[in-house]
Design a protein around this ligand. Structure first.
Ligand SMILES: Cc1cc2nc3c(=O)[nH]c(=O)nc-3n(C[C@H](O)[C@H](O)[C@H](O)COP(=O)(O)OP(=O)(O)OC[C@H]3O[C@@H](n4cnc5c(N)ncnc54)[C@H](O)[C@@H]3O)c2cc1C
Length: 442
């Protein structure tokens, strides 16, 4: 189990950490400093916020409890997806066509922002285009077909294409899937290299980054805020941005009630032969399936299969990622049974009840951003930009996010996990039954 000691933790033993060529160490904060904005958390949200602020000449301090990219940002599936974790048709039902289009445009800008950052700062993070949603049932295939038609006809998004059963079999070397939603405008990357690249760019623009510096509390002093760290050091700032996502802990219960931290598990195989890699993923694209508790996978730059899934809904878990994920990988690719597993790790992301990001203010000039619900690789980058624009006096993008209504998870601090567990059990069981019925009907 991870404990977040005040001295801070190193990166988890993941493929991503092992494949870093160089990572700058940032110092811990040891005394009192003053700045315009104090950003708490060094994942994509905090780094993107700090970078955008620093580029606009805000004196910015970023405090990270562990290492830059230590949280979900340095451990994830690396999929840079399109849109929210909710289809555009669903968004239109809930928010109307105009607002749904606004969200689509923000999500498109999020992907562009990532590509812009990679290019501008020359971040070497193995980026490749191509993500496919893989339908496990006929009804999921129908849904993908409708969504593809909708995106192409209503949003002029021609990068997405419906692929039929035999085409997806060719692409992914398995008969498991009924059809696919192939998005050539989405992509995948090495997330920890990207996080470290953002940190270097922020630092080059004079943002001051401190690692192994855990924030304990903050106080409003009237003209500024005092942010206190566990070591006793402090930051005096005019604005604070909390970007701690699922790792927020007890720093603020007032905004963490909108999110549920979920554990997800990943493994990395040994490098596969060129032939095997091509057989299971002909076009080197990222894959996710259509279930609520989904599998996701892709190849690394050195041809390992990076496979994730097996979400768990307890506050803490020390479960073995290999035991959870390897059987899922083998049920799809039994031919990999003798392939060694070199790395296994877990991470936490934050889910909201409506699966849309939760962005807002605790009080004037104190912001939080969290709850990307599995779509944070792209979204964190536009949210960081939106927060920096809001602080600079341009609230347009921030307001669009902040206006999304959220409900707290039912059950309060202690009962929300059992209640959520029961809810998830319902969805997982429903998915299993639909897959069984689907197979029985084929
Ligand atoms: C296994 C896994 C797979 C995923 N796959 C995908 C995917 O393929 N595509 C996708 O879009 N999304 C994916 N996600 C989600 C995505 O990774 C997150 O949405 C995104 O990284 C969130 O970034 P963040 O900066 O908000 O949070 P994080 O990256 O979690 O960063 C929060 C940081 O805050 C720090 N912190 C916490 N408390 C304090 C404190 N008190 N003081 C100082 N620092 C503090 C933590 O140490 C941490 O580094 C995945 C997540 C996981 C766990």
């Amino acid at each position: 189990m991870e404990t977040n000691a005040s001295i801070g933790l190193e990166h988890v033993d993941s493929y991503y950490a092992a494949s870093l060529e160089n990572a700058v160490d940032y110092p811990a904060l040891t005394d009192a400093v003053r700045c315009d904005v104090c950003v708490v958390g060094g994942g994509f949200t905090g780094l993107s916020t700090a970078l955008n602020l620093a580029e606009n000449e805000f004196d910015t301090v970023l405090l990270e409890a562990n290492r830059v990219g230590w949280g979900a940002s340095g451990r994830n599936g690396g999929q840079l997806g399109s849109g929210f974790n909710e289809s555009q048709r669903e968004l239109e039902k809930n928010f109307g066509r105009q607002r749904a289009a606004l969200y689509w445009n923000l999500c498109e800008e999020a992907k562009r922002e990532v590509l812009y950052r990679i290019r501008k700062h020359q971040i070497d993070c193995d980026f490749k285009f191509g993500v496919i949603g893989a339908a496990m049932t006929r009804s999921a295939a129908d849904d993908y077909r409708q969504e593809v038609d909708h995106l192409r006809s209503q949003y002029d998004y021609d990068s997405v294409q419906y692929v039929n059963r035999s085409e997806i079999q060719q692409l992914l070397g398995t008969e498991r899937y009924r059809a696919g939603k192939y998005d050539r405008g989405a992509g995948h990357l090495h997330p920890l290299k990207y996080a470290i690249g953002l940190a270097e760019a922020a630092s080059a623009n004079n943002a001051r980054i401190f690692e192994k510096t855990k924030v304990k509390s903050y106080r409003n002093l009237g003209l500024e805020f005092k942010v206190r760290t566990e070591s006793g050091a402090s930051v005096f700032a005019k604005h604070i941005v909390f970007a701690c996502n699922a790792y927020i802990g007890k720093v603020s219960a007032s905004f963490s009630r909108w999110i549920m931290p979920i554990h997800s598990f990943m493994i990395a195989t040994e490098p596969l032969s060129e032939q095997t890699a091509r057989q299971i993923n002909r076009e080197d694209i990222a894959v996710y399936d259509s279930r609520f508790s989904l599998d996701y996978f892709r190849l690394s730059a050195d041809r390992r299969l990076l496979f994730g899934g097996g979400e768990k809904y307890y506050p803490n878990t020390s479960e073995d990622a290999v035991k959870i994920v390897r059987p899922r990988m083998l049920s799809l690719y039994p031919e990999l049974k003798d392939v060694r597993i070199d790395y296994a790790w877990a991470g936490q992301f934050a889910l909201t009840l409506n699966r849309l990001p939760s962005i807002g203010q605790l009080e004037e000039n104190v912001f939080y951003a969290q709850g990307y619900s599995g779509h944070g690789v792209a979204l964190t980058n536009i949210v960081g930009k939106a927060l920096s624009r809001k602080i600079a006096g341009f609230p347009d993008q921030y307001d669009a996010f902040a206006e999304i209504p959220h409900s707290a998870f039912p059950g309060g601090r202690y009962l929300r996990w059992p209640m959520y567990f029961l809810g998830m059990l319902f969805y997982v069981t429903r998915d299993r039954i639909s897959i069984l019925l689907d197979r029985a009907g084929s």
